[in-house]
Design a protein around this ligand. Sequence first.
Ligand code: C5P
Length: 245
Amino acid sequence: NRTIYTAGRPPWYNCAGQQVEPFVIGICGGSASGKTTVAEKIIESLDVPWVTLLSMDCFYKILNEKQHELALINEYNFDHPDAFDIDLLIDVLTKLKEGRKVEVPVYNFVTHGRESQTKTMYGANVIIFEGILTFHSSEVLKLLDMKIFVDTDPDIRLARRLKRDISQRGRDLKGVLKQYLNMVKPSYANYIAPTMAHADIIVPRGGENKVAIALIVQHVHTQLQLRGFKLRETLANSYKDQPMP
Ligand code: C5P
């Protein structure tokens, strides 16, 4: 896993000494479409030392008692844009883009709430921001340098979600199906699928689409080079012929 959080790093400078903004990739797609896998495959193939992976799930709002009761019976809509603290999300993403330190909430899907501790993150060369509604807010869209939509067959998404929610998120079969049919599926149609129109690239099948991942990585490399970042390989070559001190 090459995701490295840039603890203690200052903002980034190119060879001309100018501060460079990180390149921000937004990954959107339905639940269990393979967004995280696509992000991990991009990170694996990128020859870039500092990459931060930020999930939209971290920005779920804190529920009040009534909402929490609804969540426990699979009747709270976590797939509606109002379920997210969009102001906090914009604040965090803006600061990361400026190379500043942020405290990111840690979300717990079993308790439907935030953990008491937060995760400290710093700006990076590349920031990957993934989630079901990453293209919903026009403010957030402005912060994204590249927009990828992961388009995976709904049956596959439901099958994966059933498996994952039961094994990792403390749910049962009946509850997962109830939530899926009443909220996840309609919200995908109403709020998520229409945002595909904002995508620069649509990736069918998700992480297994090697050609799409390779094209994305190539584009990110080009963009980073244009901004003056040096890739790991270039740095290594530039030192190769120099005499040892
Ligand atoms: O990882 P993924 O993108 O699937 O996560 C988003 C999904 O998590 C949403 O579709 C939402 O229904 C679900 N969710 C949940 N319980 C929560 C928070 C989110 O089932 N407490």
